[in-house]
Write a protein that binds this ligand. Structure first.
Ligand code: ZN
Ligand code: ZN
Length: 371
């Protein structure tokens, strides 16, 4: 994609450092070893499949292996990130470089959600002089607030998905199989400039729609069936996510009532999105409509999630979440109902939280009838 403003990648390490004091509840950390790859990318611009970053109060280190010697340096330079890059042939070499940089920083944070049991044992052996501190959602919490240039990438991905659906939806009347339609969506998004899909598209017609994460089958999509279409793509690392439920021809009064209830639930959820609002309040706004319609027991997932470098990221928009929304958060609102053996309806938009509420980034019209 061209025409996207550069992101301020270099500013991100300081935002992570600012979170050191409150990390691991109140005890804090003195340095952080970042091993989750989306976080490595966020802090450095490096997109390789292997690598780690050490963040200390005054240094930033990227370690990776020989496959990425040239790429890592080029990507850090392109991102304007001033960091030491060490290429280590083995993991031991790479950890030795980390040890040098974190020396003297006693409480060394590690990402509890990005370290396997085996890695934890290696780290404990290697960093015996430090206190290893398990952290959770440290970089992820910083990532929740998107810079304008990050929002621009998500918006571009959403626009590509919108365009692909505009192109293909009229073709639903010809009765393609779920798999054919899903594949066409992938091609259409790639042709429009997406790097890849943000997840395998869900195209679920008739009874298959009762499975929230159905896999597209070889079943032809029939007239009068509800079709759940949930898909998205990636632009410069950033994901889009949107669901529409449509029908070719009249799906009958029961299906229309179901669809209208989810439509209203989704509308209320989106209307609740604003800075300072608890995620649980947004969930409640959507869930309340379905509860009142007697459909609450068929709404089997949470209302939404953050979207960014990962398709599902912080915050969760759920009953049990204690987080509140802030300006720059990008979240989905996607209530659904799933009637076993009958079918399902889900409607999902991706929104960015703004100073005075929220703005939808997915703009495809929400309508039941296929044009
Ligand atoms: Zn989705
Ligand atoms: Zn989603």
């Amino acid at each position: 994609m061209t025409g996207l403003a550069p992101m301020d990648v270099a500013a991100r390490a300081d935002r992570v450092r600012a979170a050191f004091a409150g990390a691991a509840d109140v005890a804090g950390i003195d340095a952080l070893l970042v091993t989750r790859l989306p976080n490595v990318r966020y802090l450095t611009g490096f997109t390789g499949s292997a690598g780690a970053v050490a963040v200390t109060p005054d240094r930033l280190l990227l370690v990776t292996d020989g496959r990425y010697a040239e790429q890592s340096r080029a990507q850090l330079e392109a991102a304007g990130v001033d960091a030491t890059v060490v290429i280590g042939a083995t993991q031991a070499d790479q950890l030795a470089a980390v040890a040098e940089v974190v020396a003297g920083h006693d409480r060394l944070g590690v990402e509890a959600d990005g370290v396997t049991w085996a890695q934890q044992r290696d780290l404990a052996g290697r960093f015996g002089a430090h206190e290893l501190v398990a952290t959770r959602d440290l970089v992820e919490a910083v990532r929740r607030v998107k810079e304008p240039a990050e929002v621009a990438r998500i918006r571009a991905a959403c626009a590509i998905a919108d365009g692909a659906l505009h192109e293909l939806l009229p073709g639903l009347a010809a009765g393609p199989t779920e798999r054919e339609f899903a594949l066409d969506l992938e091609f259409a998004m790639r042709r429009r400039g997406a790097t890849k899909v943000s997840f395998d598209p869900i195209v679920a017609a008739g009874p298959n729609g009762a499975l929230p994460h159905a896999r597209p089958s070889d079943r032809p999509i029939g007239r009068g069936e509800l079709v759940v279409i949930d898909f998205g793509c990636v632009v410069d690392g950033y994901c889009s996510d949107m669901t529409r439920t449509v029908s070719v021809g009249d799906p009958g009064p029961d299906a229309v009532r179901l669809w209208e209830a989810v439509r209203e639930s989704q509308r209320r959820g989106c209307a609740a999105v604003a800075p300072g609002v608890a995620c649980a309040t947004v969930d409640g706004a959507s869930r309340g409509v379905l509860d009142d319609a007697g459909l609450g027991e068929y709404f089997v997932h949470s209302t939404g999630h953050g979207v960014g470098l990962e398709i599902h990221e912080s915050p969760r928009v759920a009953r049990t979440t204690t987080d509140s929304l802030a300006v720059g958060f990008v979240v989905t609102v996607e209530p659904g109902v799933y009637l076993p053996g009958v079918g399902g309806v889900r409607i999902e938009d991706t929104l960015v939280v703004t100073a005075d509420g929220a703005e939808p980034l997915t703009e495809f019209p929400i309508q039941l009838a296929v044009p």
